[in-house]
Design a protein. Structure first.
Length: 365
């Protein structure tokens, strides 16, 4: 490729989460494929040609950092790239003033579906996003559902849209990463269901807890909830007391990445009753760790789990209860789903994602 490719990785910091993990994995895979590109980033990345930006763009600066990133993208980036260069934005920013060929990535529409979860982003999506999508040369959507949402909310030309699925961290999430001492660390000594990343109301864990109350009346098991403290977690704790299951539900807070594979693997099942997701990465993480997945049948989720999970209506307590009881009573079904999961996760890895992005770069030249 003769023209220059730039990646806007201004959201990266030393401890990436969420979008940061997505961006870092793509950059590392592109590096391995000897693609010639430069990265705008506030931190150094080993083996990557980084154009350093101000540290005030980092996510550690929270909302202020988000504002600075947006302003940097609008008013600084256009002077650093040329008209025919490609600028790949792996998140929902794009420069209105730049004349370069730009790719924007849309991950989800939580701010539009659930404004209370992301109030500060609601108006960005309502007012600014239509302008960005019109300006974009191509729009990467991380699922077919997200692609459909772009059309639904913004009536964008479908020729601009390309679906490129996420991968997952295969080095971290696998059955070789299981450690014997992790359950002792969290004082877990009973069979348990697990939910991970329960910080926001659209995760809908209250419905799963109501189902679990009925399940646990006839089964000796617990429910482990992983997620740092939040207003939503506090509401769930109050609900557990009201349901009189507070002794059977364990809120373990933030869990280091290296402990997650074991917590997934040793669980009866991973329960994911979310109301909406742009992709649903925890499904792949659980499957990769040899865990049965019980999951909502909405939004992008069926695209991820395929035939390798037990699905349910996220608002139907009885359906969730039925799925939990099925796994508790039917070992053969667990074995069957785990075997299907092994095949399913092969469809999703960062190598495939990177190849699709390279293909997109080549099409734009």
């Amino acid at each position: 490729m003769s023209k220059k490719v730039y990646i806007n990785a201004t959201i990266l910091d030393e401890r990436p989460t969420g979008l940061g993990i997505y961006i870092k994995n793509i950059i590392l895979k592109l590096k391995d494929k000897n693609i010639d590109f430069k990265v705008f980033c506030p931190i150094n990345l080993e083996g990557v040609n980084v154009i350093k930006t101000t540290e005030k763009l980092k996510t550690t600066y929270k909302k202020r950092g988000g504002l600075v990133r947006f302003l940097w993208t609008q008013f600084v980036l256009p002077f650093k790239v040329k008209k025919n260069d490609i600028v790949y934005h792996p998140f929902q920013y794009l420069s209105i003033l730049s004349r370069s060929k730009q790719i924007i990535t849309i991950h989800d529409f939580i701010p539009l579906y659930y404004p209370e979860v992301a109030k500060h982003q609601y108006y960005y999506y309502k007012i600014v996003m239509p302008i960005l999508l019109k300006k974009a040369h191509k729009i990467v959507c991380i699922s077919e559902n997200t692609k459909n949402d772009v059309v639904k909310f913004f009536n964008v030309d479908e020729d601009k849209l390309i679906k490129i699925y996420n991968g997952y961290d295969e080095k971290l999430f696998n059955t070789n990463a299981i450690k014997d001492n992790v359950l002792n660390k969290y004082n877990i000594d009973k069979p348990y269901f697990i939910s991970v990343g329960a910080g926001y109301s659209h995760k809908n864990l209250e419905t799963a807890l109501k189902a679990f109350k009925n399940v646990t009346e006839s089964n000796l098991c617990e429910f482990i909830i992983v997620g740092k403290d939040s207003d939503y977690i506090n509401k769930l704790k109050v609900l557990c007391k009201e349901l009189k299951i507070e002794e059977k539900v364990r809120f373990v807070g933030y869990v280091p990445d290296e402990d997650l594979p074991t917590l997934y693997n040793k669980a009866i099942a991973f329960v994911y009753p979310t109301l909406y997701e742009g992709f649903g990465l925890p499904i792949l993480e659980a499957m990769a760790c040899g865990t049965v997945v019980l999951c909502s049948n909405n939004s992008s989720l069926p695209e991820v789990y395929g035939d390798a999970a037990i699905s349910f209506d996220a608002n139907d307590i009885q359906e969730i209860e039925k799925s939990m009881n099925l796994i508790l009573s039917n070992k053969d079904e667990s074995i069957r789903l785990i075997e299907l999961s092994k095949k399913r996760i092969a469809m999703f890895n960062w190598n495939i994602t990177a190849n699709e992005i390279i293909k997109l770069f080549n099409e734009m030249y």
